[in-house]
Ligand binder design. Structure first.
Ligand code: ADP
Ligand code: MG
Length: 381
């Protein structure tokens, strides 16, 4: 088990990582996910021992790592900038970590051939890194980390420079390979599909702070806060500013900016009770395009009026942006609805379809039937 206990890293006055605590189980594949500057590389470097924490502790299988030198940690890392040996051939780059551990030439050859096949770099084995494309170099870097056995693999954006098709394939290979190794993998990415399709659990961080640590399903369906909700999913979740109101004798959410022609969103009993008690300063409703739908006429279910603002045709489905008050909300529509800008439509935004956030923290999640999180779909779908 790999544990981080309140690990903080400061560079001068800047806190790159703020009291991060994690427990990573044996053979677990954990993805660290966050935007640029979130502290992802810092976290990996701390685990590897390349940088020392300002405070906090890192434990591997019950042993404190803080004073263990990087080379004695039995961790294998892919660096964001590859860090290949430019004077050595691809073959020798891949062989290096094996020879360094005293492995004999026949076995080295076999191991290098195996990993080269998986990563599709066999044709370049005799070349020097300087003669490879960025994507090829990145696969060599990944190969050099995975070719040897280690307790922990630390992969910093290891497939980010591959084209979409190859990245999709390498994702599958990486997952299969790591499963066979039965080691801990900590993989960094800023691509949520990669994070969701690879990980057992994902760590979402922003500005050095842990936002959520959970399974892809938990992250997608029960985001802990607005940051996680808006950062995971495509198209991004739409948000509607609301405020606490009474409507027809019940607690409701009045959509901000619709005061002249009030639009109220219903609230279920539990959330209503919470709102009555907690009275958060900001109250925002979040909806995923695939959780809501539109109809041409009002019904008991589709009772929120909206105006068509943008129609995007994607072939198998359309993404319609509608306006509710001044808020733009994206919704998936079946092709053939033949919608036009300025058409009036009716949307089903209620407790069964929305996430509710108070002061940016989650209060409620959709109560309706969950659709599977989009883990397997290739990019752009
Ligand atoms: P990520 O990998 O998520 O993009 P990093 O972990 O590289 O982010 O960086 C987190 C923050 O720490 C950033 O604001 C970055 O500028 C800062 N940082 C990282 N390394 C150093 C360093 N060696 N010196 C000063 N600041 C650093
Ligand atoms: Mg980084």
């Amino acid at each position: 088990m790999l544990e981080l206990r309140a690990v903080t890293k400061k560079y001068g006055h800047k806190t790159a990582l703020n009291a991060l605590s994690l427990d990573i189980q044996p053979a677990e594949f954990v993805v660290i996910f966050g935007p640029a500057g979130a502290g992802k590389s810092t976290t990996l470097n701390l685990i590897a021992g390349i940088t020392d924490p300002t405070s906090g502790e890192i434990m591997l299988n019950g042993h404190p790592m803080n004073r263990v030198a990087p080379e004695n940690r039995n961790m294998s890392m892919v660096f964001e900038n590859y860090a290949l040996y430019s004077h050595l051939s691809v073959f020798e780059n891949l062989a290096f970590p094996l020879r360094a551990r005293g492995m004999g030439t026949p076995e080295v050859k076999q191991k290098v051939a195996e990993i080269a096949t998986i990563l599709q770099i066999t044709p370049f084995l005799e070349r020097k890194p300087g003669f490879l494309s960025g994507g090829q170099r990145q696969r060599v870097a990944l190969g050099r980390a995975l070719v040897r056995d280690a307790d922990v693999y630390l992969l910093d954006e290891p497939i980010s420079h591959l084209d979409a098709k190859l990245r999709h394939r390498m994702r599958g290979e990486l997952k299969a390979l790591c499963q066979r190794k039965e080691a801990i993998v900590v993989h960094v990415t800023h691509d949520y599909r990669e994070a969701m399709s690879l990980s057992h659990r994902m760590v979402v961080i922003n500005k050095g702070h842990l936002m959520q640590f959970g399974t892809p399903d938990e992250i997608y369906h029960t985001p802990a806060n607005e940051f996680v909700a808006s950062f995971v999913g495509e198209p991004p979740m739409s948000f509607i500013d609301t405020r606490y109101a009474q409507y027809q004798g019940r607690v409701a959410l009045l959509v901000s900016g619709t005061e002249t022609q009030p639009v109220h969103l219903p609230v279920n009993g539990q959330a209503a009770e919470f709102l009555g008690r907690a009275q958060p300063k900001t109250l925002r409703v979040g909806v995923r395009a695939s959780d809501i739908s539109i109809e041409r006429s009002a019904s008991a279910k589709h009772d929120i009026p909206a105006e068509v603002y943008v129609v995007e045709t994607l072939g198998h489905r359309d993404i319609i942006t509608v306006k509710i008050g001044a808020h733009l909300v994206k919704v998936v529509a079946a092709p053939g609805m033949n919608l036009h800008v300025k058409d009036t439509v009716w949307v089903n935004i209620g407790p069964e379809t929305y996430h509710l956030f108070g002061d940016e923290k989650a209060i409620a999640h959709p109560t309706g039937k969950r659709k599977p999180a989009p883990v397997a779909a290739p990019e752009g779908v």
